[in-house]
Each structure stands twice: as C-alpha cells, then as structure tokens.
Design a protein. Sequence first.
Lengths: 485, 491
Amino acid sequence: MKYETIIGLEIHVELKTASKMFCGCDASFGGEPNSKTCPVCLGLPGVLPVLNRKAVELATRFALALNCQIAPYSIFHRKNYFYPDMPKNYQISQYDLPLGVGGHLNLEMDDYVTRIGITRVHLEEDTGKSIHVGGSGRIHGADYSLEDFNRAGVPLMEIVTDPDLRSPEEAREFMQELKGILEYLEVSDCKMEEGSLRCDANISLRPVGSEDLGVKTEVKNMNSFRSLYRALAYEENRQRELLENGGQVVQETRHWDEDSGVTSPMRTKEYAYDYRYFPEPDLVPLELDKDFVEKMRGTIPELPAAKRKRLITDLGLPIYDARTLTSSKAMVDFFDRGIKAGADPKKLSNWMLGELSAYLNANGLDIGDIRTTPEQLAEMIHLIDKGTISGKMAKDIFEEMLNTGRGAKEIVEEKGLLQISDEEELERIVEGVIQSHPNSVEDFMKGKEKALGFLVGQVMKETEGRANPTLVNQLLRKKLQAGKD
Amino acid sequence: MELCDLTAWQGMDMVSRGEAKVSEILESVLKRIDQVEEKVRSFITLTPDLALRETKRLDEKVGKSEELGRTGGIPLAVKDVLCTKGVRTTCASRILENYIPVYDATVIDKLKREDMVMVGKTNMDEFAMGSSTENSSFGPTSNPWDLTTVPGGSSGGSAAAVAAGEAMWSLGSDTGGSIRQPASFCGVVGMKPTYGLVSRYGLVAFASSLDQVGPITKDVRDCALLMSILAGHDPLDSTSLPGEPPDYLSSLREDIRGLKLGVPEELWGEGLAPGVRACVESALRLLEELGAMVEFTSLPSLKYALSAYYIIAPAEASSNLARYDGVRYGYRSEESEDVMEMYSRTRARGFGQEVKRRIMLGTYALSAGYYEAYYGQAQKIRTLIVRDFQSAFQRFDLLVSPTSPTTAFKLGEKVDDPLSMYLSDVCTIPVNLAGIPAISIPCGLDQGMPVGIQFIGKALDEATVLRAAYSLERALDRRFLPPLIAEAGES
C-alpha cells in the first residue's frame, strides 16, 4: 500500500519587543541569570499582568501577513501546570478565542505551489529556563536544578498550521518561508539557536486516497531546520515500517535526539497534563478595532514571495539566486541597497552568493555582523567594470574590505594595487619579457598561440598581477606581430 | 474615652486644632494594644517602631505648619494580605510565614503618600478563605464584644482591631463578604467598593474576579475619607477602571428623601436569626421615617449565588495559589526526593485545611470533562445575577439586607461544618459576583452583639451607598463600643 504523509506544525516565536509580555522587564536574550526580572515576571504574591501593546501589534501584523482574520474580540486564558521554570505555575496564553484565525501561506516548491492553511495565531508568555544538574540532564534524576527567569514572560507567538504539509521537505520549506516573513516583518529575530524560533510537529500517515487522518505522533526538540527535516524523515519511515508490517502507530509525544538521529517516546509525566484552561481574570478582553487592524496592515512591507518575483522578473535573476537572496531579510536588504548604489544585479548576486557567503560561512558570521556596506561592494564592482582592478585582484581586495570595513578605492590606492593601464609603462615591461623569453617568442612565431598565454603570464608576474590583462594581450600581440612582419 | 476611641476624623480635628499630637494618638492606640491584644489577638505582626518613627516625622511637619496628608497620620491597621515592602506579609499562612515583600501594594503606596501611620498587619483567615478568622495558622482572633465569639472573617483582625481601638481604621479585602461580615460582627463600618475601583496590585490574590480592597472604620465619614484615598485608576492593574473617582466626603448628606430602597426576599429568608431580623426591620422603619421608600422585591437568581461562588472562587484560587510551590520563596519542605514530592509536601504542610479544601474544589471544577458542568454553569449564574441586579436597579436606588443572617457565633462552633460557615456570607456573596459596591454599618444589638445592615448600590454609585449609610448612622445616633473598651479604661 502507498502511504501519504500528513504533517502539521506548531511554531513558537519570541517577539522582538523591548519589554516582556506583562511587565516592563528587558526582554532581550541572555544576561546574568535572573537579572532581567521583577515581581511580576517572578510571580511574587499580589502581582498582576499588564499586556504589552507592542506584542499585540507585532502579532497582528504577522497574522495579517499570513492572511488571517483578526478577531475583534479575543481573550487570554490560564494554562495551569506545575513546572519549576513557570513562576506562577500557570502560563497566560490564548485558547478558544485567539488573535488570528483562518490564514494561509502559499508554499513555492521547486515544481509546484501548495497552499498551507494557518489554523491560528495567538499570544502567550515564555517560561524561564531550567538547568538540571546531575543525572541525564532532564529534571527526573537530577541532583538539583537551577532556574533563570530572564526569559520568563518574554512575549511568544504561537502559530498552528492545518495538517496540510505532505513531506518533511515541505515542512522544512515552510519553516524557511515563515522565518523569512518573520524577519521581513521585523517581528522576531528568529534565532533557533537562542530559542527565539521553535517548532514541534504532528505527523501521521494514511493510505493514499483515504480521507481519514491516521494516528499521529507529536515530535519535539527539533532545534534547526535540518533537525526538523531529519526528525520528520525518521518518523515518516518509522511509521511507514510499522504500518507496512501490520503494526499500529501509538499516539504519543516523541523526543528527537539529534546525536543518535532517532525519536523516542517521552515519559508521560513529562508532558501529560490536564491544563484546566479558564479565562484569565486579571486581564480584560483584547478588543482590536478596524482602524488598528488597517493601521497594522499598512505597516506590512514587501514579503519574500513578492520580492522573489521582483528579482526574477524585473532584475532578471535566475530563480536560484532570487530564492537564496530572499531567504534572509538582511541578505535581500543588502542586495537592494547594492542595486540602489548602481551595481549590476547579476554581478552583485554573484559576489554575494559567492565570495561573501563563503566568507560568512568560513567565519561563522551573519551578514548583519560585517562592516562592509552594500555601497562599498557596489563601488568595487564598478571598479572592476571600469577596468581599474581585475576580477582576480578584486577577490583579495574584497576580503580586505570585509576584514577592515574599508572601501575598495582606499585599499587599492594605499597598496598601490591600481591596475597598470599606462601603455608606456606596460610597453616597457612587455619589451623586457620578449627579450628574456626568446624561445617562447619563437614558438609563437611558429604559430603556437599557447605561447602568447605564457608571455602574458610573465608580464602579470613582473607586475604582481597589477597589469591590465587585456591591454597586455594587445601590446604583446602588436609587438610580436611587428617582429613577424 | 481615650484618644484611640475617637473616629479618625475626630482625631484629625484634634491634631489640626493643636489639642493632640499625632504621636499622642499613636501612643493611645499602642497603649490599648498593650491592654487588649493578648485577649483579642487582632494582629499577626505589630510595627510600633515604624509607626513611632512616622508620627515623630508628622509631628515635626505639624510643628512647621505643614499640612498633613489625608490620613492625618491616624493609626491604621492593614490586613496581612496586602504587600508591604520590608514588612512581613503572611496571608495567615505557614507557607508565607516569613515572607517579606520587596514592593508595596498600590493602596499602601497611596496611603504612604498621605502620611499613613501603620500599626501592624492584622490576622485573617488563611489567604482570605473563611468567615471567622479561625483558619489562621497564627491562631484565631476574638470578637472584642465577646471574647468567646469569632470576629467574622476573613478580615476579622482588621474589624476586631478597629472595634477594640487597637487601630482607628483599617484595610480589609472582600471576596465574598470578608469586609462586611466581620464589620457586622464587630459593630464597625465596612465597605466593599465596585470591582475595579480600588487597585488590586499587591493584594495577594484569592479569587481575582471577586477580590476588592476596602476600608473598615468606626463611622461612615471615615469610610468615605478612606475610600477617597483608595479609589482611582492604577496602570498596574488591568482590571482597574479608568477615570478619576469623586470625593466621597461630599456625598455625606443627611438626606434620603425619595430614595427607593428594595429589600431582596432572597436575602431575607431562612437562617435569618430573629434578633437580626428585628434589628434590620427597625432600621428599615427608621429609613422610611427619614423619607425613603422601602419595598420588598425579588432577585430570583440570588438563590444560586452561594453555589456559583463556591465554584468560581475556588477555581480561581486553585490557580492563584499554584505559585506557592517552595521553588522561589516561602516555605519549602526540605526532605524531598524530587520536584513532585517537594511540591506536594510543601503544599501539604504549608497550607491549612480550608485552603486545601478550596484548591481541590477548584481544581476539580476546572478539570477536563467537568469544566462546562461546573465552571461554565457557574459563570452563567453569575451573568444572571448581574442581570437581576441591573433590572432591580432600574426600580431601586439601593438594595438593603442584613449583612449576615446571624450575629457573631462562638469560636469553634462552625469549624468542622464548612457548609454552615459558608452560609454566613449568603447576603454578601451576590454583591461580589455582580461586582457592585456595598457597605455594612451597625444598626443595633441582638443580645448584646452587633447587627449589621447592608446597603447595596449600582456599579460606581458608592456615593448613594455612603449617603444612605450616613443618614441612617446619624439617625441612629449611637456609638457601638464593645464592653471590652470600658474594662480597658478601668484597668
């Protein structure tokens, strides 16, 4: 029997607000443990939450970008469960009346487009962080635990998709696209390694043609797009083998282990709760009027899909280039600025996807970390176009630019790297090379074109690569031709 | 009569006329505490040094002809459910036995700006759950009128302290009658404001949708004065109502001619002690003589108020009290093997019987499969109650009832019978469910024990409530001073 894979994602995004969801504490990542806390986010007796306006704005903007309907009236609930990193032992979250519902995202795969439904977008607060010392590193069997509440109360947005994804590839692509949208909207930093973008998945299989959903498992602890893909591929195989051998899938939560590359059932104690949801009495209903929603709609910038389309149709970039450039907002912003500074689109793209990406990868950097500006790169490309520097020289110059943040012109001038295009000077050098390589000259005279290349190389060597190769070629040919005649 | 037996405004008058120093009033209060506290046990924590330091500062202010803040430095007691920075706040619970808050509740902050002199933190039922102040891990408080009876609860310490002159006014909190019922039992005035009128920030939560802070005072004028200080929007409390509250002192007119008073039959029925009935009836006659129109009426949904309350309040409490887990502050059971054991031992030992009973009730009511049948149903009742009150207020300016069906009962009498204890709040609970204001003032004695009458107003109409209470108080023209005070004077 052939099986079809059904995947739905539950994504948590930390919102990029200055302060926490319900108090004024700094919401930024890290810091001395428990330094970004106050009575409210520590859940001291008597405190009350006050909703962060910015968080509502960001979530609304995002929900609109995903074509959701914004609820004119939504409320917060309490989700009750005990865990040491939850200061109040309940999480303030949205439940049956979320902020946004019924959206969708069109997913562009290599050779088809598929529409992924967005069930809901809602707001909630993050928990603190536990470090369990001793044992396996989980709370059970630990000697003791340390709690850091800096993250407690940081605004979180939860996004739940319909079960519309049909493969681990689609799931990964969806997350890529979602990350792009989040970045373009400046809603989140989307740093998976810092936990500001997290994802759980529900996966089940069913016979092709069946309308009913099969028994699903929930997979947790996937910390990168790669591990999302690997975990789902693993789980897909595991379920298929079970079904093909007459077995049954057990509905359960499974933990992905990155190192061993397998999923395993989580202890029921680690996740099974009756959350006893009820409306949060300390907050008033969230009422968003039309004006607010339209104002938020007006702040939505060009999103990745539209941008990709523009790069392909208007600027003539290949699909691959467009997709890669638009996969990160910082990248495409850099590109856009380079274009604005007058760079040729394809050349700019080549430099960014080639030298620049290699440099970033080699040094473990983000494009946001470098000092070189898009205008500087555009200027460098311009210098190549003008023939002031050669493409070969440019590679070294670019690296120097990236390392120092200085401009191409400055480097070129300081190091005397300007290409030698002065004909008189070059003529002198060419003469010299002809004098000292009579054998090659003779070869050329006999019709060996290759010998010319050798001679050009000699001139370049003499000039430490600074000679304008086109000019050298012309000069050599002219001189040798003259000798022939 | 000692200085401490004056009302707060009388004390302020004396200070402003130069007839008494702020510190002399405090000394009188501290002396009274010395004389009676052993018997009454109103306080969990006394703060005389803090109070003395404050009065010294205030006397200096007076000496320099500077105006005092609106509390006039008149000694005030605070229910131990309000967070006071640097002063232990226990909620009468073992689990917070040594808990010292790092911040002041908004109401405390407001009072401090008005030159508050706080004499101590008063006893209460643990986490404000109870009607007798017997559910305190620090032991019960006695009613100053009869030391073998309860002061009511949960703000029993705050009511007893004011009745005994151990404080000249106090703060309580009222979730289902916790200000009004003890005020009634102790012969003092107690008001529960409209929900959202007084900030809850720093009030340790019992049932968030019902809790309100309010004053307990010797007369209605003091009540109006304290209300004027407490009321007002607080950006730290999302349920706090916007807008500036009025000056309630200006509502104290002796004029209730034409005021329409409704008496809900549902608050006038079974369980009502004959002596209480007689007292309240004679008060109603007096109100009629003053020109008010009194008429019986029916709010049918009030029959279900107690049942709805004992779903909603415990449900919210079960969640509000989840934070007392031994992880970050408060009592922790040390000899546990793992975190689950630490939770259960800490909470088993840290909480008292009644608190645990309500946590279990509330947890059950919110459980999957039961939510709709219990919590959902209770919320519907609550909506009906709100509507019944709304339609009653289309016909009446105020509703009137006994505050509690009985006078103070004996210590120990109802400890093992929670249901009969719960009935003590049958007249006050509907008011919290509807979020509207109500006051209890003493209207007579039944066999030597005070009887309270309750005036209920529409939302944010504290002014009319105060006006009616003030008019009745003036017409009764009688101070309710417990015999204990006379004895204290003799010794």
